[in-house]
Design a protein around this ligand. Structure first.
Ligand code: ATP
Ligand code: MG
Length: 223
């Protein structure tokens, strides 16, 4: 008898490495629920919630939000998901967060998008975002059908406040010092899968093939 358990994955990579784009494709192709910590924070800022007001200056300066707040926020969202398969994007971002997640869930895989920093710097400044959904476009290689408008809703796209050159540099620094150690954490657990490249469209087929090998049917994994 084939027992099934729920597929749980994390996607990692420096800011602007294509996590959002790849996550969207994974969600569509494999039926995993995409949970983006950055999208959740930006939704809170937009709605001017207490959390959003508290976190806004942190984010705008390219600094990480406090671990205890992030872990509580994301773990409670995961609990609410119950029986769905998920893909976490933007969390965990520190070893402390990775340990909190580890206490609650066993991960099937951690997808690591390895994109050179130089590529990223130039990419982030040509990026446009649909804030309500988190969909991202790039005027150079992934433009919206109508300039300035989201393909799905037709709503306006914006540039993120933290996509300025100085803040991007600060975010990359935070990635190097605080998030790279998380890769080691997952490597030592044997769940890390790294995909290297400079273009999302070239990396994607490899990610897709890898997930097909792990996940024959939408979100269900053979035990
Ligand atoms: P990308 O632009 O590719 O999404 P990113 O990873 O820098 O790059 P988000 O994941 O959207 O961007 O996060 C934006 C900001 O939100 C971060 O710079 C940080 O301030 C805050 N943030 C998001 N997730 C976390 C987290 N897990 N822990 C701490 N801060 C976080
Ligand atoms: Mg993102």
């Amino acid at each position: 008898m084939a027992l099934h358990r729920i597929f749980r994955a994390v996607i990692m990579g420096p800011p602007g490495s294509g996590k959002g784009t790849v996550s969207g494709r994974i969600g569509k192709s494999f039926g995993l629920k995409h949970i983006s910590s950055g999208d959740i924070l930006r939704a809170n800022i937009n709605a001017k919630t207490e959390l959003g007001l508290l976190m806004k200056s942190c984010i705008d300066q390219g600094r990480l939000a406090p671990d205890d707040i992030m872990s509580r926020l994301i773990l409670s969202d995961l609990r609410a998901l119950d029986q769905s398969a998920w893909l976490l994007d933007g969390f965990p971002r520190t070893v402390d967060q990775a340990e909190s997640l580890d206490e609650a869930y066993r991960l099937d895989t951690v997808i690591n998008l390895d994109v050179p920093f130089q590529t990223i710097q130039q990419r982030l400044t040509s990026r446009w975002t649909h804030l309500p959904s988190g969909r991202v476009y790039n005027i150079d290689f992934n433009p919206p059908k109508v300039p300035g408008l989201d393909d799905v809703t037709g709503e306006p796209l914006v540039q993120r406040d933290d996509d300025t050159p100085e803040t991007v540099t600060r975010r990359l620094k935070a990635y190097e010092t605080q998030t790279e150690p998380v890769l080691e954490f997952y490597r030592s657990k044997g769940v890390l899968q790294t995909f290297s490249g400079t273009e999302t469209n070239k990396i994607w087929p490899h990610v897709e093939a890898f997930l097909h090998s792990k996940l024959p049917s939408g979100g269900q994994k053979r035990a």
